[in-house]
Design a protein around this ligand. Structure first.
Ligand SMILES: *[C@@H]1O[C@H](CO)[C@@H](O)[C@H](O)[C@H]1NC(C)=O
Length: 222
């Protein structure tokens, strides 16, 4: 019995660290019978390496500020496998984030990537919220140029420019396609809308509040 328990625990440990299935590289990948309708595998199809050129590994223009003239006062310029096709299967990507004074990169999560953020200009109040299991504890910091901060994979996080000047940060993410789920957009801007009965109960507010939130335009700064 004791041996069985030990073997079972070992088997669990091995299966979690050496799972046979690869991690998903996009939100969904539904199997289809007819390959002519297929658009990608897990990630993207690979180019014949002999046909690869330097430009497959190049992105230009991250010196250009993103347009922060929007409701949030922020703009993310992503550099993922969609911008650099050479990133396919390499598990890494980048982004530039621009903030107008008091601009906000609103609470969001990256379902497939841990992020580190390097502030080069301005002052950012940043934070992330731990899971229910850890009591939804909020971890925050005010960052100045040269500061580097980490947002662990899956955690809801945000960045607010608390300075009077523009702020600029660069991010590295541990996925070729980290994905973004902006909380407000996903919850109140779902298409079609989530049944208000769900949100009224979930947020414990009057239906009028949910109607108001669902009627807003939820800008995507990515
Ligand atoms: C790429 O080039 C090598 C060496 O020239 C050749 O052996 C190989 O078959 C080529 N691969 C493909 C997929 O064409």
């Amino acid at each position: 019995m004791k041996l069985f328990v030990i073997l079972f625990v070992c088997a669990l440990a091995i299966s979690s660290s050496f799972a046979y299935d690869p991690s998903p590289l996009q939100d969904i990948c539904v199997a289809i019978a007819e390959p002519k309708n297929a658009v990608f595998v897990n990630g993207k199809f690979c180019k014949n390496p002999n046909l690869t050129v330097a430009d497959d590994f190049l992105y230009q223009g991250l010196n250009m500020p993103g347009d922060t003239n929007n409701k949030l006062g922020s703009k993310v310029t992503p550099v993922t496998v969609d911008q650099i096709s050479g990133l396919n299967t390499l598990g890494i990507s980048a982004a530039r984030i621009d903030f107008a004074p008091y601009g906000l990169n609103p609470p969001h999560t990256h379902p497939r990537g841990t992020e580190f953020l390097i502030v080069v200009e301005g002052e950012l109040y940043v934070g992330f919220v731990l899971s229910n299991q850890l009591g939804n504890r909020l971890i925050t910091k005010v960052l100045k140029p040269g500061d580097v901060f980490v947002f662990p994979i899956g955690m809801i996080h945000f960045q607010l420019n608390v300075g009077k000047i523009n702020a600029v940060a660069f991010a590295g993410l541990s996925s070729q396609n980290p994905g973004v789920i902006t909380i407000a957009n996903a919850v109140f801007g779902a298409k079609p809308p989530i049944n208000p009965d769900v949100l009224t109960k979930a947020f414990q507010v009057d239906k009028k509040v949910i109607d108001y939130l669902q009627s807003q335009f939820w800008y995507d700064n990515n």
